[in-house]
Design a binder for this molecule. Structure first.
Ligand code: ZN
Ligand code: ZN
Length: 275
């Protein structure tokens, strides 16, 4: 007797947040991610390696500027090597106001036809402070969240990026201010994101972190739906086998928060697709 399901499983949305070995803290090449995506039932991924910096403060965990042409080559090669999986060209760009003035991102993006640019705020005392660190007082935690969301508002106002990556990253190690304080600092940032016409990703890597939940929280997902900010989906995979991790749960969370559509980017243009 056949054990085949009566109907094929519903297809999963594209995974638009992945990293390659070039960033020196991930494994695998774009083609490996594309093959893993096909196995997971996806037909589209985006490669979004961390942006290289000219004056890199952390050169051992980031792509070197001279590797950038190789990155572009590898992404295009994957699209040709793995038929059946569309491989979008993307970048995860840390928002550094000092480099905005130098048009660093513009210069990189001018080298190819990019599909999607994720904007993120990694630097600052945001996600690496341990809950048992004596510095992690309630006042400090609230202050670090506030600083983060101020920088996120600046990121949105810059109009340089298509979507926000892991929007509530300060919870990475499990440190959170009270819900009312979170609301007060997140809503203005979301208003700026909506004003900029950006999307926000559901990043499932939070499930592996001290945060113990996806980025963004159910509250933030709901506030996004109220503002018409569309979702997209990213595993933030640093190894091919993590592609599309917890995507069925992420789709369910988006629907539960009131999202009926998801964002899709091609050539940096946003399209809404039914979810
Ligand atoms: Zn990374
Ligand atoms: Zn990432």
């Amino acid at each position: 007797m056949s054990t085949e399901p009566a109907s094929p499983p519903a297809s999963l949305p594209p995974d638009t947040h992945t990293h390659t070995r070039l960033c020196r803290h991930a494994t695998g090449e774009p083609a490996d991610y594309a093959r893993a995506a096909l196995e997971a039932g996806l037909d589209t991924i985006a490669c979004t390696d961390h942006i290289p910096f000219p004056d890199d403060p952390q050169p051992t965990i980031r792509m070197a500027l001279e590797d950038f042409p190789l990155y572009l080559e590898m992404v295009h090669a994957a699209a040709a090597e793995v038929p059946g999986c569309r491989v979008l060209l993307g970048l995860e760009a840390d928002h550094r106001p000092d480099l905005v003035a130098l048009r660093h991102l513009d210069r990189l993006l001018a080298q190819d036809d990019f599909d999607i640019v994720l904007g993120s705020v990694h630097s600052g005392p945001f996600w690496d402070l341990n809950p048992d660190d004596p510095a992690a007082t309630p006042a400090f935690v609230e202050d670090m969240w506030r600083t983060y969301f101020r920088r996120l508002t600046d990121l949105a106002d810059s109009r340089l990026y298509d979507a926000v990556a892991h929007i509530d990253l300060p919870k990475r190690r499990g440190l959170r201010p009270p819900p009312s304080a979170i609301r007060d600092m997140v809503l203005p940032a979301l208003d700026a994101v909506a004003e900029a016409g950006m999307a926000v990703e559901i990043n499932t890597s939070g499930l592996l972190h001290g945060a113990q939940e996806m980025y963004c929280s159910p509250d933030i997902l709901r506030w996004m739906a109220e503002r018409g900010i569309p979702v997209l989906f990213g595993s933030d995979a640093h190894r091919p086998r993590d592609i599309a991790r917890a995507f069925p749960e992420a789709v369910a969370a988006a629907r539960a928060a009131g999202h009926t559509h998801r964002a899709e980017f091609r050539g940096r243009k946003l399209q809404l697709m039914p979810l």
